[in-house]
Design a protein around this ligand. Structure first.
Ligand SMILES: [Zn+2]
Length: 342
């Protein structure tokens, strides 16, 4: 349920499962700002003052369609150094016209403004925002920012897409992570059409877990690296969001069909057999056989290297791009996949 003072429709504020018909009242307010039908309005939701004075806000673009329909959100940069989602949201907003939209889209491209400005995954207090949900109105900065996003954006929505990249120098193949045993999440995950559709349990404190507790489905998209704009996963993300909007009946313009996602329920990180410098000889999305050589780790003077091999056949989902490794560092992520979706 939306809480008093939070964003919402005046009238019915209850959150219904994805796909349920929601009756929208005439008046929509977000962050205390009234949003008229067929309009796009930027709303800056107050979060916290800076030590030197000015207020930091949660910038949100609200696109309210001319016609009633589902209400969903897009969020990015919950980890402040994960930038691809910002570009995905920017390109999606360039395509959408509120008058042609059915329902309402809330776009929050820079959730962790603090981390973004410092090129950092975390908040200034070193907390991980995506382990701080559901948050609240008091406590740490992370807790209050999480609470603001939940009360002002997520509450009242029936569905959301949260955009991420690989972390810690890792580069990810475009992948949707959701609960494949949830029929609605799976339907929308298939509609997104990322290269890989992965089963992932929710993690305590994550936005996805907090939304799930409120009966709200979330797709998490991960593609590319932190602190980069990676064109391929950005394009896949834009196309995926547009396909989900079409699947929900919010956008009529035909989205280019993607190839069916590879279904993945299990994956393994292959780890450095020794400390040294990793030479990876496979690419993201490459099919590998069991026992196949993925690369090697060598010392700085050349000589004998240690091979890195795939324990299982699958597809390369992630690669650590920093060649400097300690023994046991996760270097290549291999997903055990099935073609097509049973
Ligand atoms: Zn992330």
């Amino acid at each position: 349920m939306a809480q008093a003072g939070s964003a919402g429709w005046e009238g019915d504020l209850s959150v219904k499962p994805v796909g349920a018909k929601r009756r929208q009242a005439q008046v929509l307010t977000v962050g205390g700002v009234r949003i008229r039908r067929g309009s796009a309005v930027r709303v800056d939701i107050p979060v916290s003052g800076l030590p030197v004075g000015p207020e930091v806000t949660l910038p949100c673009m609200v696109l309210r369609g001319s016609n009633d329909g589902p209400r969903i959100w897009l969020s990015a940069a919950i980890h402040g150094d994960e930038l691809n989602g910002i570009e995905i949201i920017s390109r999606v907003l360039e395509r959408l016209k509120p008058r042609q939209l059915t329902g309402t889209l809330l776009a929050v491209p820079t959730v962790n403004v603090f981390g973004l400005l410092h090129e950092d995954r975390y908040l200034p207090d070193r907390r991980d925002l995506n382990r701080s949900f559901p948050g609240g109105t008091g406590g740490s900065l992370a807790r209050r920012l999480a609470g603001t996003l939940l009360s002002e954006v997520v509450n009242g929505c029936s569905f959301g897409i949260d955009l991420h990249t690989g972390s810690g120098g890792r580069d990810n193949l475009g992948q949707i992570r959701c609960d494949l045993d949830d029929p609605e999440a799976r339907r929308l995950g298939e509609a997104f059409g990322a290269p890989v559709l992965m089963h992932a349990r929710t993690r305590d404190g994550s936005l996805r877990a907090a939304a799930a507790d409120r009966g709200v489905g979330v797709l998490v998209y991960e593609g590319g690296q932190a602190l980069r704009f990676d064109e391929a996963p950005i394009r896949q993300g834009v196309a995926g969001v547009m396909r989900v909007l079409a699947e929900l009946g919010m956008w009529a313009e035909e989205a280019a069909r993607g190839v069916p996602s590879l279904l993945c329920r299990r994956s393994t990180w292959e780890r450095a057999p020794r400390a040294g410098f990793a030479r990876i000889t496979v690419e993201l999305g490459e099919r590998v056989k069991q026992g196949q050589r993925l690369g090697c780790v060598a010392g700085p003077f050349g000589g004998r290297s240690s091979a890195l091999k795939a324990r299982n056949a699958g597809v390369v989902l992630g690669i650590a791009r920093n060649p400097v490794v300690y023994q046991g560092d996760a270097i290549v992520h291999v997903g055990q996949v099935r073609d097509g979706l049973p």
